[in-house]
Design a protein around this ligand. Structure first.
Ligand code: NAP
Length: 278
């Protein structure tokens, strides 16, 4: 029987560090980090995420400015808002909630964010620096995952890691972070053949497909470290990609949904905000 890895508990440790960092700044009379989050339109998932960010900012003593924009905003206007925030000394981090409405070019707009303020790590410059192992803000979910694994005694080096999913926001960057830790990594996707056989060999299995409960115990190697990134609403319940109850019988660690990876993501955003890039 494996261990249920409590993401909230691990996140709280990071939150304590951030709180201490902010307190020290205040005690020294220095400026506290300021964050701007931009929400275009009314996507319910994004509203939920912005509310969570704002709650955490308030809890940690971080200044936050929320900017709510009309769904039909013109691309030039949004670009101008970002350019102004890039030059605003009160703002150290900018996060643009994704997905954007269809008429807006996500890659172009996220790349307008100055890389020093790109705390979500999704601009072209941040992405280039990330893959070249240069100093930058890392995307928050992969950063949360790698820190979750490192919060345990589990050694990554030399292990065989399988990542299901190849998105720019989760699959590819977590594969890169595992590679940086000297794991041997395979990335799988919807066209992968023999997925079950590949997963069955994995010492570390990261599931980021967004397919509720499709990873059963037949996909799991005895003692594997299983990270469930998937979050899909099923009958009003947030559901992961992994059948938790049966997988934990075979795995050494499994992250639950909710309370696993998701609990780390917003905290990593705040951590990025506090890590100033020169
Ligand atoms: P995405 O862009 O939709 O990517 C999903 C990936 O899974 C794609 O690469 C897709 O392959 C692959 N895939 C889909 N079905 C598959 C199957 N049956 N077998 C193998 N691969 C399959 O999603 P995402 O943004 O990476 O997010 C993935 C999941 O994580 C979602 O549930 C999302 O809500 C969740 N998420 C959670 C957090 C958090 O903080 N907890 C953060 C971000 C995302 P193709 O490339 O071939 O289409």
């Amino acid at each position: 029987m494996g261990i249920k890895l409590d993401g909230k508990k691990v996140a709280q440790k990071y939150q304590e560090e951030i709180r201490r960092f902010i307190k020290l700044k205040k005690d020294k009379g220095q400026k506290v980090p300021g964050m701007a989050n931009i929400l275009v339109g009314n996507d319910s998932g994004s509203i939920y995420y912005v509310n969570n960010q704002n709650k955490l900012c308030n809890k940690l003593g971080i200044d936050v400015r929320s900017i709510f924009l009309e769904e039909n905003i013109h691309e030039d206007n949004l670009m101008n808002i970002i350019r102004k925030l890039n030059c605003d000394d009160e703002i150290d981090g900018i996060i643009l909630q994704l997905p954007l409405p269809k008429h807006l070019n996500e890659a172009k707009i996220t790349s307008e964010i100055s890389y020093k303020k790109d705390i979500d790590g999704l601009s072209n410059l941040s992405t280039g620096k990330f893959y070249k192992k240069e100093k930058c803000h890392m995307p928050c979910t992969p950063k949360g995952i790698i820190n979750l694994i490192k919060s345990t005694e589990f050694e990554i080096e030399g292990k065989y890691a399988v990542v299901i999913g190849r998105s720019n926001i989760v699959g590819k960057p977590i594969a890169q972070l595992l590679l940086n830790e000297n794991a041997t990594v395979t990335i799988c996707h919807s066209k992968t053949k023999n997925l079950k056989q590949i997963c069955k060999n994995a010492d570390i299995l990261v599931c980021a497909a967004g397919k509720p409960k499709f990873i059963t115990k037949e996909y799991i190697k005895e003692g594997a470290f299983v990270i469930d990134v998937g979050t899909t609403m099923v009958d009003g319940k947030l559901t992961g990609d992994v059948c938790f109850e049966e997988v934990i019988e075979k795995a050494s660690f499994v992250t639950p949904v909710p309370g696993g990876v998701g609990a780390m993501t917003t905290t990593m955003l705040m951590k990025n905000l506090c890590e100033e890039l020169k």
